[in-house]
Design a binder for this molecule. Structure first.
Ligand SMILES: Nc1ncnc2c1ncn2[C@@H]1O[C@H](COP(=O)(O)OP(=O)(O)OP(=O)(O)O)[C@@H](O)[C@H]1O
Ligand SMILES: [Mg+2]
Length: 283
């Protein structure tokens, strides 16, 4: 491998960092994700900005700014950012712990859901708390989708990663995670309620087994969103009914008009806790 080149084989160093490649995990629209080892042989995930985006607009600067913001706080349900920097060619990267957790996206795909109502509420509360911490830090996640939700084997949930930029700056291909994000009109300012929309999309699948705006691509998703109210929340996959206050909450979270959504994570948390309290076994 020539000096400064991206590693292709296990054990080769990511140029300009202390990390060596373990395996490539995947490439999205913005980043390449790799599992790496640090000097203590710990497994971590390193995500680097794709080279063709490094010179485009101000993405590299935004990526660094967001990574530093996310690295500046800790919360038990947010997968922490352990390191932020630039590789030799100047492209920014960040590093998170690697986990053995299951990714919610593959749990949904392989139909390993259903969770029971109580289990789904426990996941939902932790995701809501994660978003609350992110918004309290003055950040917006922008990539709340099931590929970034990690489910630990003992019930712990982490929200991973963050999104860097508005979709309009990037090539027009759709990645699976984007089918959960609010299709925003050009020029619309960033708003934490975009994260609540995406959280509501996940909740629909956790609780109701189907999404509010069935569509096969981003274009038909946006059209379906504009054409009328969301589909009603169905029964859970295990057959149990979704309590009415929870179903109403989910419908409001995915409202097309941000003004009709909960104003922050706090009302979401209240409703989830009330549902949890009501379904808890009584002595
Ligand atoms: N911290 C982690 N621990 C374990 N596996 C991970 C971790 N981060 C990512 N992965 C795995 O690597 C895959 C690719 O991750 P990556 O973050 O690049 O894609 P994504 O989550 O689908 O999209 P996004 O760019 O929006 O985060 C994930 O689907 C997951 O299987
Ligand atoms: Mg991710």
């Amino acid at each position: 491998m020539a000096h400064g080149e991206w590693p292709t084989r296990r054990g080769e160093r990511v140029p300009g960092t202390e990390y060596v490649l373990d395996e490539t995990l995947g490439q999205g629209r913005v980043t390449l994700a790799c599992r790496v080892r640090d000097h203590d042989d710990q497994l971590l995930v390193l995500k680097v900005l794709l080279s063709h985006l490094a010179g485009a607009s101000d993405i590299a600067e935004r990526f660094l700014r967001e990574a530093r913001l996310f690295a500046s706080f800790e919360h038990e349900n947010v997968l922490g950012i352990a390191d932020v920097g630039r590789i030799t060619d100047g492209r920014p990267f960040f590093v998170t712990p690697w986990t053995k957790a299951r990714v919610l996206a593959s749990v949904i795909r392989s139909r390993q859901l259903p969770l029971t109502l109580d289990q789904a509420v426990a996941v939902a509360v932790q995701l809501t708390d994660a978003l609350g911490a992110i918004h309290a830090a003055g950040a917006i996640h922008r990539a709340v989708h099931p590929g970034n939700v990690l489910l630990g084997w003992t019930g712990h949930v982490w929200l991973a990663d963050f999104g860097v930029t508005s979709a309009s700056l990037l090539p027009a291909i759709t990645t699976p995670g984007e089918m959960y994000l609010e299709p925003r009109p050009e020029g619309m300012t960033d708003d934490p309620r975009a994260d609540l929309f995406a959280l509501g999309m996940i909740f629909y699948e956790l609780f109701g087994a189907r999404g509010p705006y069935p569509a096969s691509d981003r274009g038909s998703f946006a059209a379906r969103l504009r054409s009328g109210p969301p589909e009603p929340v169905g029964a859970m996959l295990d057959g149990s009914a979704v309590p009415r206050p929870l179903a109403d909450l989910l419908t409001s979270m995915v409202a097309a008009d941000p003004a009709s959504r909960p104003a922050s994570v706090w009302p979401v948390r209240e409703t989830l806790r009330a549902v949890a309290a009501r379904s808890a076994p009584r002595d």
